[in-house]
Design a protein around this ligand. Structure first.
Ligand SMILES: Nc1ncnc2c1ncn2[C@@H]1O[C@H](COP(=O)(O)OP(=O)(O)OP(=O)(O)O)[C@@H](O)[C@H]1O
Ligand SMILES: [Mg+2]
Length: 226
């Protein structure tokens, strides 16, 4: 589902973020990526989304070699990948319904389809009854769940979550992780970048540990080693 073959990323200014990374994530896996700050985790995510291009090596997503992806093909790639970041970026003047709907409108979905999909994904995250509220009328945890709902709108094959619990307390964090597990149970491949030791150790899933742009450990049912 996600394949990196000898991928290096050197940012302008000679900052090396990834060094010869090779990894393979199979469909349906739930993989945590851990590592100290500045070890290349977000860079890895950006390469998957084609927000950045590799300096060396090849990247294949769902059988599609995106190493030299054309600008006009990027929306097609992004529809296959749901993204959740630490700082929930809901649009403040739109309701939760409208926030999720907006993602679909931008993707060219019909209004009928939008009316069908939005309540479905909000139900998955337990927010169907609050879909008429604005972001500032729900809690931080609920906002992040709405972000997860939005990321699911396109029924992505892969969900990439970069520190999704970074701004949340432990109870809300647990809710988000439970949600990611549920989404994974539906068959979506989940890639979770996190600093949260408890989260990783409770998951009992594959853990990839990064250090200085290199994968230093990759274990099934791994532990947070740092
Ligand atoms: N656009 C950029 N230009 C130059 N250097 C960058 C850029 N983005 C990231 N870097 C550098 O690349 C390295 C890896 O950054 P990255 O954001 O991937 O780290 P990270 O593992 O996600 O860290 P954190 O845990 O703090 O989020 C860092 O040294 C960072 O300073
Ligand atoms: Mg990061």
């Amino acid at each position: 589902m996600v394949e990196f073959k000898n991928v290096s990323k050197i940012y302008p200014g000679q900052q090396t973020a990834l060094k010869n990374v090779t990894l393979m994530i199979e469909p349906g896996e739930f993989v945590s990526i851990v590592g100290q700050s500045g070890t290349g985790k977000t860079t890895l995510v950006k390469l998957i989304l084609a927000e950045e291009r590799p300096s060396k090596g090849r990247i294949v997503i769902g059988g599609w070699d995106i190493t030299d992806i054309k600008q006009r093909e990027i929306p097609t790639l992004r529809k296959q990948i749901g993204v959740v970041f630490q700082d929930f970026k809901l649009l403040p003047r739109k309701t939760l319904f409208e926030n999720v709907a907006f993602a679909l409108e931008v993707g060219g979905e019909t209004w009928d389809k939008i009316q069908e999909i939005v309540p479905q994904v909000l139900r998955i995250v337990g927010l169907e009854s609050k879909m008429g509220r604005f972001p500032n009328q729900v809690s931080g945890g609920e906002q992040q769940r709405a972000v997860v709902a939005r990321s699911l709108a396109h029924r992505p094959k892969i969900l990439v979550a970069d520190e999704p619990t970074g701004n949340l307390d432990s109870i809300n964090s647990r809710d988000i992780i439970e949600l990611l597990k549920k989404i994974n149970d539906f068959g979506t491949t989940v890639l979770l970048v996190t600093h949260n030791r408890e989260v990783v150790n409770d998951l009992h899933r594959r853990v990839i540990t990064m250090e200085d742009g290199v994968v230093i450990s990759d274990k099934q049912r791994g532990k947070y080693l740092l």
